[in-house]
Design a protein around this ligand. Structure first.
Ligand SMILES: [Zn+2]
Length: 261
């Protein structure tokens, strides 16, 4: 006989799946709007049924508290719906670009991918986007410059805070325009922020890094940047980067799909 209690791994997996499903449902727009509708119906019922005719002091008080609670819930729920709608609208309005033209590579393969081993135990802190040498590099969306300066072997790096995405560092680029070579400069989606650089002779590329923006300080951190949080999962790794480093693969997938190229 199959006994789930004797399968701790399977039990754990089932629990996790159930938990995620419930959480997903509780935060979904359809559930919230259902709550809203139900609350409205209760309110409508209350205003017409016998409860509203009760004169007894204690019951009146209970009724008042009940009304207050229902109103509070309604306000909270409608605020939540409004916020969700606003966020969806803002996201759909966001103009997106893929950072390089004539992209010919795969940022999920070999040396180009995030986390691939480098010299002296260091791990690749970003994804490499192969593109023709000195072709334009564009900002993936609107943002503000948060860090700019020299990068590896004569190249430069420009880091932009993109609202709703995080801090994106466009590394191994060259010829950053003077107007963007200062912290605080405003960048528009699709603005040319530099040219594709070349560190090794065989390949020109943009080395792209992503940070969630919850930390402050320099993005390269050789002293302690060894903890990496991959979508909530803590992993050790010598990335030599600030602790809010993220894997940019999903972002790049989205840009390939939705971005202008
Ligand atoms: Zn790289």
């Amino acid at each position: 006989m199959f006994d789930l209690r004797k399968q701790p791994h399977l039990k754990y997996l089932l629990q996790q799946t159930l938990r995620e499903t419930v959480l997903h449902y509780l935060t979904s727009a359809s559930f919230i709007s259902t709550c809203f509708e139900v609350s409205l119906q209760i309110l409508a019922l209350l205003s017409t049924n016998s409860l509203s005719k009760i004169k007894h002091f204690r019951l009146l008080r209970i009724k008042r508290i009940f009304y207050a609670k229902i109103t509070k819930i309604c306000v909270l729920i409608s605020r939540n719906i409004w916020q969700q709608a606003y966020e969806t609208k803002r996201r759909s309005k966001m103009k997106l670009y893929f950072p390089v033209p004539k992209y010919n590579g795969n940022y999920k393969e070999g040396m180009a991918q995030f986390g691939w081993p480098r010299a002296r135990g260091r791990l690749h802190a970003g994804c490499d986007l192969y593109a023709p040498f000195k072709s334009d590099v564009v900002a993936i969306t609107d943002g503000i410059v948060v860090e700019v300066g020299d990068f590896y072997l004569g190249t430069q790096a420009l880091a932009i805070r993109h609202e709703g995405i995080g801090v994106v560092r466009y590394g191994e680029i060259v010829e950053i325009p003077e107007s963007f070579y200062k912290v605080g400069a405003k960048v528009k989606a699709g603005d040319i922020i530099g040219k594709v650089g070349q560190v090794i002779k065989i390949s020109a590329m943009v080395h792209l890094e992503l940070f969630d923006g919850t930390k402050i300080g320099p993005l390269t951190d050789r002293t302690k940047g060894i903890k990496y949080y991959n979508d909530g999962v803590k992993r050790d790794g010598n990335y030599q980067r600030r602790a809010d480093l993220m894997n940019p693969t999903k972002l790049l997938d989205r840009l390939l799909l939705e971005g202008i190229r």
